[in-house]
Design a protein around this ligand. Structure first.
Ligand SMILES: [Fe+2]
Length: 271
């Protein structure tokens, strides 16, 4: 984890430093991007954009037009946020790197999607240990124009916040986020498509998730996902396939119920 700027923290009533969710976000410092940074963006953008039609959900392609990403330059968040606000009321909120769960879900509940501003270097084009701006922005932001997906995120955050002190429940919610928002597939009328940002921002995993015989592709199933652990260092062994973003949104009640069940039966607590 990167060192977080001190002004992102405030003292709570006990004198501990906690993440300040009222912070208005960091500045992108757009002018600090170098020519090489813009070139890296261009290489990654060109590579994925040529490759995605016929593989990614139409909603993503519509979204990328709406937020006006282009190969010419790294997106300017101020401009992107104006467009996103008009579409769904969402906002790209700049953070220095991974942030605590509480802050992540509190921000998301208020329609803020956390993104970093740093971009991988030319020698890191294909492998990163931590998500960079290309993943956060190219991978996630276009689908933040889809209302069902946005509403799903708000409601999922509310469920997470109810159980924020319970590590196991947060892990389960992390699984749901992982197998949908990061690595989800969708069955569209023209065929199977990707929508998870972890796949959208990876050429290798796009092909693997859609065409390889190795992974299992299973119908979206909340109870099953909650019990399925994942790994971060290689392609997935299982992908879960939704029928529509509406289905994702409509599963929120079931998620809430299943989580309550886990809390009660496995962990023996009730809210
Ligand atoms: Fe992500």
């Amino acid at each position: 984890m990167r060192e977080e700027p001190k002004d992102f923290f405030v003292k709570d009533e006990n004198g501990f430093y906690i993440y300040d969710v009222h912070h208005t976000g960091m500045n992108q410092r757009y002018e600090d991007y170098t020519t090489e940074d813009h070139q890296v963006w261009q290489i990654l953008f060109d590579r994925q954009i040529a490759f995605l039609p016929g593989k990614v959900t139409d909603e993503y392609l519509k979204g990328i037009e709406l937020v006006k990403f282009s190969r010419e330059a790294i997106p300017n968040f101020e401009y992107v946020n104006k467009l996103l606000k008009n579409a769904t009321g969402w906002n790209v909120y700049i953070v220095p790197g991974l942030i605590p769960n509480l802050a992540f879900f509190e921000l998301m509940e208020r329609k803020n999607f956390c993104a970093t501003t740093w971009l991988r270097k030319m020698e890191q084009l294909d492998y990163l240990e931590e998500p960079d701006m290309f993943h956060d922005v190219f991978g996630h932001v276009p689908l933040l124009t889809n209302q069902n997906l946005c509403d799903f995120l708000v409601k999922l955050s509310k469920i997470a916040l109810k159980h924020i002190d319970n590590e196991y429940i947060i892990e389960c919610i992390g699984r749901l986020y992982w197998f949908t928002i990061e690595f989800g597939l969708i069955q569209e009328k023209d065929g199977l498509r990707i929508y998870g940002a972890g796949i959208v921002s990876s050429k290798g995993e796009t092909e693997f998730s859609l065409y390889s015989d190795v992974p299992e592709r299973l119908p979206y199933n909340v109870a099953q996902i909650l019990q399925t652990s994942y790994h971060k260092d290689r392609y997935q062994e299982k992908y879960f396939v939704i029928d529509s973003f509406e289905q994702l949104y409509n599963s929120i009640e079931e998620i809430d119920m299943e989580i309550e069940k886990i809390a009660k039966n496995v962990l023996n607590y009730e809210l």
